[in-house]
Design a protein around this ligand. Structure first.
Ligand SMILES: [Zn+2]
Ligand SMILES: [Zn+2]
Length: 291
C-alpha cells in the first residue's frame, strides 16, 4: 500500500496580509455564535438528537481512528479506495484535510512540549494549545516535508485543497434534508462544535491533567474523562510512549472505542496489519508499575 515514496513536499506557506490574519478566525467564531444562539430558536427533536450523537461519534472516529491513528501514525493498513472513504469521513469533521491535520500532529510528536510544538500548553497558553493555534494564520499550511507518504495521492491532496469543506457541507445538507432546521442546527452544527472541543482537549487537557504511567520526554498525561469524550485518545501518555500502535488504552479498563472500531474493521477485512504494542515496549520506561 505504501511503497518507496517520491520526495513530494507541500506548497510553502503563503504570505498572509494583516487583513487575512484578522479575518481567518471569523468563520470559526461565527459557527460558535450560531451554535450557541440557534438552539434557542430551533426545537430539539428525537431525530436531530440522534443525528447529533451519531455524527459526533462517527466523526470523532474520523479524527481519532483515521486522521490520527492512520494518517499521522500509520498504525494499520487499508486499500486506496477505503483510505479515501476514511479520509472523507475525517474531513466531514470540518477540521481541514488529512495532510494538514496529520502533518501538524507529526510535528507535535517531533517537538512535544518544546518551542517548535505547534500546540503545547506548557510552552504557550492553554488557550493557544486548545484553540488559538487552529485559528491562527501561522497554522494555515501543513508543516513542510512531514507528509510525503500520503501527499503522493491526488485524491488526498484534493481533500486538503479545493474539496476541504465539501464533505462537511454535504453532511450539513443531508442533516437539513433529514430533519429540517433541527437537523441542521442540532444534528450538524452543535455536534460539529462539540467535536471541535472534544478533539482539542487532547492537545490542551491531555498535556495538563491526569496521570503519567511512562517517563516520556514531554508532559503528556492519561486523562480518563478526555478518553471517554474522544473515543480513547485521552490515554495520551500511553500514546506518547508508544506512538506506532493502534491501541492507546493499554489496560482492559482503559476504554478505547477507536481501537475497538479499528479491530472491527479489521475483522471484516477493510483494514489489516493492525499494529499492537509489544510486551517489551509496554514494560519500558514505566513510572508507575501497578497502574
Ligand atoms: Zn500530545
Ligand atoms: Zn499522535
Amino acid at each position: 500500500m505504501l511503497p518507496a515514496l517520491p520526495n513530494i513536499t507541500l506548497p510553502p506557506a503563503p504570505n498572509v496580509s494583516r487583513i487575512q490574519r484578522v479575518l481567518k478566525p471569523v468563520p470559526f467564531i461565527l459557527l460558535h455564535v450560531a451554535a450557541v444562539v440557534a438552539p434557542f430558536f430551533v426545537p430539539l427533536t428525537w431525530t436531530s438528537a440522534a443525528l447529533c450523537v451519531g455524527l459526533y461519534v462517527a466523526r470523532m472516529f474520523g479524527i481519532t481512528g483515521v486522521y490520527h491513528r492512520y494518517f499521522a501514525h500509520r498504525t494499520y493498513k487499508t486499500s486506496r479506495w477505503f483510505q479515501f472513504v476514511l479520509a472523507w469521513l475525517g474531513c466531514s469533521a470540518m477540521q481541514k484535510g488529512p495532510l494538514w491535520w496529520a502533518g501538524h500532529h507529526r510535528h507535535h510528536h517531533k517537538h512535544s512540549d518544546q518551542d517548535e510544538d505547534p500546540h503545547s500548553p506548557i510552552k504557550k497558553s492553554v488557550w493557544w494549545a486548545h484553540v488559538g493555534w487552529v485559528i491562527s494564520s501561522k497554522s494555515r499550511n501543513a508543516p513542510k516535508d512531514t507528509m510525503q507518504d500520503f501527499a503522493r495521492f491526488p485524491e488526498l491532496r484534493a481533500l486538503d485543497s479545493y474539496l476541504t469543506w465539501v464533505p462537511g457541507l454535504l453532511l450539513a445538507a443531508a442533516c437539513y434534508a433529514i430533519d429540517g432546521m433541527s437537523g441542521l442546527v442540532w444534528g450538524f452544527l452543535v455536534s460539529t462544535i462539540l467535536l471541535y472541543h472534544g478533539t482539542f482537549l487532547v492537545n490542551s487537557a491531555c498535556h495538563l491533567f491526569g496521570t503519567r504511567r511512562y517517563n516520556t520526554t514531554d508532559h503528556s498525561k492519561n486523562c480518563w474523562w478526555a478518553a471517554i469524550l474522544t473515543l480513547g485518545e485521552g490515554w495520551h501518555n500511553n500514546h506518547h510512549h508508544y506512538q506506532s500502535c493502534a491501541r492507546q488504552g493499554f489496560k482492559w479498563w482503559e476504554v478505547d472505542v477507536s481501537y475497538y472500531v479499528i479491530r472491527t474493521l479489521g475483522f471484516v477485512g477493510l483494514v489489516w496489519d493492525i499494529r499492537e504494542p509489544t510486551p517489551k515496549a509496554l514494560a519500558k520506561n514505566l513510572i508507575q508499575k501497578t497502574v
